[in-house]
Design a protein around this ligand. Structure first.
Ligand code: HEM
Length: 451
């Protein structure tokens, strides 16, 4: 099974100077880490300004994310690069503000609503297959295509508009500019900058955040007007903008809605695009699975939501892609009380790092952790690890709002694309690096042949 492993970044040597660590970190947080993190239960990083602890032991991960999330709020360092764009979005807030926002947002993503959202996803899958068929070359850089498809899914489900819509297109283009100017989400959370040091956002970052927010404000204002006129479509935006907080009766005001739409777009399209691109690469590399998915996808005929639950193999392949290349490779929380974990005293203010990247490849938890084997989820080890060591969407009360949504979207797009095409890898194996999400350093090139 271990013979032909999918790509994994080379780790750094165990001991490096802080300066070198920071330089490596700037390039890519995955290859900046030492190999011992794949077998450690807990690791400590000492820096001149704060301590960080990486937690891999399942019960410690559970303690932080599930049992006592209020004692481990999101570190405000995480928002460093994103605040100009995301303002007070649910991704960045803590405490009462966050709880209120989730009370309004969560109903839009409940199971029943997913059924209502499904036709828009189906239409986005049609459009994605049509775009791929229309490509002039048979070799494609697939991350470009999956970004396009995932952005299309978000606009269709949130605002009932396709990515070709003028505003959707502009938002999509401007997000790319923003990412280029502010490329690494978590950098500030790990790098030992003291808190008093001012943070500067480049002029480009601020300007592009302003453009995006202006465009999204137009969408929200138009929608507000349509709701008032009784002509609004029944999509996610309408649902969120008309849901009252069950405790206070309040609705989101426009600026708060703009914050949330910005995060839905960012968290919802970058991540799904990354997962789908890696899933397609993996099945290109291990083509037996491709055939099995294509067979299974024959069950997708009517566009009826109930069909998706029949795609068990596709789901396991998508899960295995999320395990090997978790789009959000690491998350950070901050200890607010003194703790004692594995005989170590942890002081308030310490940064607790939860790393799906390391947990998902942990050598003491998973059988054959670096191998691509979707069948593992049918084994005892796979089932146990799925419960205890698989957190691509995080876990606990702060779990990804879009987890159910993303599992339907990813499985549907993967199945529909493989029903339409045979795919093969082209050129060198991609090198995973973590920017905003886990991407390939030089893109992922695939050859598509219509079936
Ligand atoms: C494969 C796709 C996706 C993955 C792997 C993913 C992963 C994650 C993870 C790990 C977090 C927690 C981050 C942290 O705690 O620091 C998160 C949060 C979030 N995600 Fe996703 N996500 C995906 C798709 C989506 C989609 C489609 C949406 C919305 C349409 C979405 C909306 C959000 C939001 C709003 C949060 C913040 C939740 C909170 O802090 O309360 N995500 N996601």
């Amino acid at each position: 099974m271990t013979a032909d492993l999918p790509p994994k970044p080379a780790p750094r040597p165990d001991k490096v100077s802080l300066w070198r660590y920071m330089r490596l970190f700037r390039q890519d947080i995955l290859s900046a880490q030492p190999a011992r993190l794949y077998r450690a239960w807990m690791a400590e990083f000492r820096t001149p300004f704060f301590r960080s602890y990486l937690l891999n032991q399942p019960d410690l991960v559970t303690e932080v994310l599930k049992r006592r999330p209020d004692d481990f709020p999101k570190s405000d360092r995480i928002g460093e690069g994103l605040r100009p764009l995301l303002g007070n979005s649910v991704f960045l807030t803590n405490g009462e503000t966050w709880k209120r926002q989730r009370r309004i947002i969560d109903p839009a993503f409940e199971g029943g609503r997913l059924r209502d959202t499904y036709p828009a996803m189906w239409a986005a899958a049609d459009a994605a297959v049509a775009r791929l068929r229309a490509l002039r070359s048979d070799t494609v850089e697939i991350e470009e295509e999956t970004s396009h498809a995932a952005a299309d899914v978000i606009f269709r489900t949130l605002f009932s508009i396709p990515i070709e819509h003028e505003i959707a297109r502009e938002v999509f283009a401007e997000f790319r500019t923003y990412q280029r100017s502010q490329p690494i989400l978590n950098l500030a959370a790990f790098v030992p900058l003291p808190r008093w040091m001012p943070r500067f956002f480049g002029r480009d970052t601020r300007a592009s955040a302003r453009v995006i927010r202006r465009l999204i404000t137009r969408l929200c204002d138009d929608r507000q007007a349509a709701i008032a006129a009784g002509t609004a479509p029944d999509d996610l935006a309408t649902k969120i903008m008309t849901t009252r907080d069950p405790e206070t009766g309040d609705l989101f005001d426009t600026s708060e809605m703009v914050d949330q739409v910005a995060i839905f777009f960012l968290a919802g399209h970058e991540t799904s695009a990354s997962a789908l691109a890696w899933a397609l690469y993996l099945v290109a590399r291990y083509p037996d699975w491709q055939e099995r998915i294509a067979d299974e996808a024959a069950a997708l005929e009517t566009g009826d939501f109930s069909e998706i639950s029949k795609l068990r193999i596709t789901r396991d392949v998508f899960r295995e892609a999320l395990r090997l290349y978790p789009p959000v490779p690491m998350m950070v929380r901050e200890a607010t009380c003194p703790e004692r974990f594995r005989d170590r005293d942890i002081a308030p203010g310490a940064q607790m790092v939860l790393s799906p990247w390391h947990l998902h490849r942990h050598t003491r938890l998973w059988d054959d952790p670096d191998a691509f084997d979707p069948a593992r989820f049918g084994t005892e080890n796979g089932k146990t690890c799925l419960r205890e060591a698989f957190i691509p969407f995080s876990a606990g009360s702060r779990v990804c709002t879009g987890a159910g949504f993303a599992m339907v979207e990813g499985v549907l797009l993967l199945a529909r694309i493989l029903r339409a095409f045979r795919i093969e890898p082209v050129g060198d194996a991609p090198v995973p690096v973590a920017h905003l999400t886990v991407r390939s350093r030089d893109g992922i090139r695939l050859r598509l042949t219509p079936r």
